[in-house]
Design a binder for this molecule. Structure first.
Ligand SMILES: Cc1cc2nc3c(=O)[nH]c(=O)nc-3n(C[C@H](O)[C@H](O)[C@H](O)COP(=O)(O)OP(=O)(O)OC[C@H]3O[C@@H](n4cnc5c(N)ncnc54)[C@H](O)[C@@H]3O)c2cc1C
Length: 292
């Protein structure tokens, strides 16, 4: 199927983009920002989305960068996922983000798809929202009222819905450094390599004097958005870790899931079971990676 007709714009600057989005909003024209098109263009072709105008960000070369700012990695929203994957800075400073990136679709999709586009798309089975919550990322957003910053935890509202207003653009994702010695794991189960995950889990923690500190356990693919599992975190927080505790945490996290999604790929029960297993595996791997 072909997309429904739309007007196409490709402004030269970010301020032009924001001014255009504001004008289209004032004129009651339904507009969508276009980045890599890896989610939006299939949605247009299937006519799941029928915007009257597309505002392409492709000329905003200044939103394409990965740089260190003190302890933080700042990544421009239009940086491709391949560039994030290949970045020695990301590999060295944020190995969880590197591991998550390698699981996003196939290399061809990562060549075209922007880093920021996965945050704004907010697919509940996407790897990036889970990585963003686990790593406590901060998102920089620019709109008619200027710039604001949103914690990842507050950005993802529900199924494919974020805190972003229709006149705003995501410009940068900021990834703070993990405290020294932090162990991490990124686990997912998909039917085939490159498919969206049926379920996945991101874990970070520290081990101090044999005791688990500051665990973060985030599940994805099992609800309307990526979600922290405080019930699982409580099982391990402040405890000396062993495999029985990993499994206990997995069961606690799985039991707390309100409504795991159920579809042709996996039933809700199966997803719950996957979360129990992946939390236990993730904890074991994160402990093994922590500088205890
Ligand atoms: C076969 C296939 C497999 C895939 N597998 C996976 C997978 O396993 N995991 C996964 O996470 N994703 C997967 N994807 C989706 C892919 O990662 C997309 O690239 C990503 O979801 C969107 O990024 P994009 O740059 O292509 O954005 P687009 O498709 O251009 O836009 C997506 C949405 O974000 C909005 N948007 C984009 N950028 C901005 C911005 N800077 N500010 C404001 N709004 C913006 C658009 O308006 C649109 O609503 C897959 C896609 C395909 C086609």
């Amino acid at each position: 199927m072909k997309p429904a007709p739309f007007d196409y714009y490709a402004p030269d600057t970010l301020s032009d983009v924001v001014a255009l989005l504001q004008r289209l909003e004032n004129d009651d024209i339904d507009a969508k920002v276009l980045a890599g098109g890896q989610s939006l263009l299939p949605m247009l072709s299937l006519r799941v989305a029928r915007p009257e105008a597309l505002v392409d960000l492709r000329k905003l070369a200044d939103l394409n960068y990965i740089r260190e700012e003190g302890d933080t990695l700042a990544i421009g929203a239009m940086t491709t996922k391949s560039a994030v994957e290949d970045s020695p800075l990301v590999q060295r400073r944020q190995p969880l983000l590197h591991a998550a990136t390698r699981l996003v679709g196939h290399r061809q999709i990562r060549n075209r798809g922007s880093f920021g586009g996965s945050f704004t798309q907010a697919d509940p089975a996407s790897e990036y929202p889970a990585a963003a919550i686990a790593l406590d990322m901060e998102l920089k957003v620019v709109g008619p009222d200027g710039e604001r910053r949103v914690a990842a935890q507050d950005f993802f509202i529900t199924y494919m819905t974020t805190d972003l207003d229709t006149t705003e653009v995501l410009t940068e994702i900021r990834v703070p450094a993990l405290p020294a010695g932090t162990g991490w794991s990124f686990q997912e189960i998909a039917r085939r390599h490159g498919d969206f995950a049926m379920a996945g889990v991101a874990v970070t923690l520290r081990v101090e004097n044999g005791v688990c500190r500051a665990p973060r356990i985030v599940a994805f693919g099992v609800g309307a958005t990526a979600l922290r599992l405080p019930e699982a975190e409580q099982v391990v927080d402040g405890k000396a870790l062993d495999s029985a505790l990993f499994q206990e945490a997995g069961h606690a996290g799985a039991a707390a899931l309100e409504e795991p999604s159920s579809d042709v790929h996996a039933s809700a029960d199966y997803r719950r079971q996957l979360v129990a297993v992946l939390v236990a595996r993730g904890l074991a791997e994160a402990v093994a990676r922590s500088a205890a």
